[in-house]
Design a protein around this ligand. Structure first.
Ligand code: AMP
Ligand code: GLY
Length: 422
């Protein structure tokens, strides 16, 4: 089989390493891939958002199955366009990807179908948004409606910050057009849990739960990033919490999307907060999380490609989806300065025996050398029987990988470990 993977980050590298295990897979192409992915797939210089370019390439190469993992091509209708040429895909159609593409859509969906989430109002008029703020208690959360690369959320601790957030989104357009419409929502508290799930629109199978570490610095300080590390499973996701999520969130969401005529197939990501009033949805993503995928897939014991095809074909119920009972930890090695300014172009040294544990996110090959090219450079994953062992193993691998200007958090999994020991 010839497979095309759309995207070029650590998440895509993890997906590619997992599907390579399937013996039917003969060729894997990545659009655009990256310097590290090039060791596992043929990288093609077509941007993930160049839908026409991707479709033309897929037709020309005779691709048998495509896997679309980033949010922007999904929201731009990449799956619809490939399906239109008879190429089956893993991932939702555009009309279902809106569950991530528009926060106003997902909030309205949850309200309509009684799915637990933070109280909120949606505004397209700045004056009305500012008027509404006057009656709100702080902190308050202000979100730009559309995709803003995970940056469109501002948590305002004071009224001055809240007014500033509304003005900067709706007037100064700091997040571009996605700020034309904003969601103002109640501030929730509690541990966050990421649950990725496979769904064919009828059955929903949650994967092993995970915990992201979004802030740049240790002790959850510093700026928000795409994610500086993950552990799985998430110790806050007990069996009782999982049961409640299945009944109140996962099944109702799949059913709601069906009722809206927007059947979701692919990976639906539930970003949850375990509040004092039970689990609530913070966000939906229409795709695998990054770097959640880098801990979830290494724990998958069943065949990923078979499961993906089952979501497309609608026979997920009859498909084996098993995860190991062990733990995993992924530490992101970034360029110091990320997510603000950072230098790049430094050579990366990865010992041969560690290549299977490394998922490359931001690197290019120049004159035969692997050089840093992004903020998040690579993720290093270890699995073990216990969380403590997985964390220790991941950090011992990190110490053997080097590039100039490397920065990583030293406390990935620390909070999870405290919970398991409590
Ligand atoms: P989002 O892009 O919606 O996932 O938001 C990014 C991050 O902001 C989340 O991972 C949370 O840490 C935080 N956040 C978002 N919404 C809320 C909320 N209603 N209450 C508290 N924190 C929130
Ligand atoms: N790690 C968070 C996300 O993928 O959105």
């Amino acid at each position: 089989m010839k497979i095309l993977v759309v995207g070029g980050g650590g998440r895509e590298h993890a997906v590619i390493k997992a599907i390579k295990k399937n013996k039917e897979v003969k060729e894997i192409y990545a659009c655009p891939g990256n310097g590290g992915i090039a060791s596992d797939a043929t990288c093609v210089d077509i941007k993930a958002t160049d839908i026409e370019g991707i479709v033309n390439f897929a037709v020309e190469k005779g691709i048998d199955y495509a896997i679309v993992t980033p949010d922007d091509p999904l929201c731009l209708g990449c799956v619809d366009a490939l399906n239109g040429k008879g190429i089956p895909c893993f991932g939702p159609e555009k009309k279902a990807a809106i569950i991530e593409g528009s926060k106003a859509f997902s909030k309205d969906l949850m309200k309509k179908y009684g799915i637990p989430t933070a109280q909120y109002e949606v505004f397209t008029d700045r004056e009305k948004a500012l008027e509404y703020l006057k009656g709100c208690s702080m902190p308050i959360v202000i979100k730009a409606d559309g995709l803003a690369l995970g940056k469109g959320v501002i948590i305002a601790n004071t009224m001055v910050e809240a007014i500033d957030a509304v003005n900067s989104m709706m007037e100064s357009k700091i997040f571009g057009e996605s700020g034309s419409r904003v969601v103002i929502e109640e501030f929730l508290t509690g541990p966050e849990i990421s649950v990725l799930s496979f769904t064919d629109g009828k059955t929903v199978i949650p994967m092993v739960s995970s915990m992201d570490h979004k802030r740049a610095r240790d002790n959850d300080e510093g700026l928000n990033t795409g994610g500086m590390g993950t552990v799985a499973p998430n110790p806050y996701y007990t069996e009782d919490v999982a049961d409640e999520c299945m009944r109140k969130i996962f099944i109702p969401t799949i059913q709601a999307m069906n009722k809206e005529g927007r059947t979701f197939k692919g990976c639906l990501y539930f970003g949850l907060m375990l509040t004092p009033n039970g689990p609530k949805v913070i966000e939906y993503n229409c795709r695998f999380g990054d770097p959640e995928t880098q801990v979830v897939l290494p724990l998958l014991e069943s065949d990923l490609l078979t499961i993906m095809k089952a979501t497309t074909e609608g026979n997920l119920l009859e498909t084996e989806v098993n995860f190991s009972s062990g733990s995993a930890c992924c530490v992101i090695m970034a360029s110091d300065g990320y997510p603000s300014n950072y230098k790049k172009g430094y050579e990366i040294d990865i010992p041969q025996e560690l290549t299977d544990s490394v998922y490359v996110a931001g690197a290019v090959i120049k004159e035969g050398k692997l050089l840093t090219s992004g903020g998040r450079v690579l993720g290093v994953t270890a699995t073990a029987d216990t969380l403590k062992e997985a964390i220790d193993k991941a950090y011992s691998k990190v110490e053997k990988i080097s590039f100039k200007n490397a920065y990583y958090r030293k406390d990935i999994g620390k909070r999870a470990l405290l919970k398991t020991e409590a």
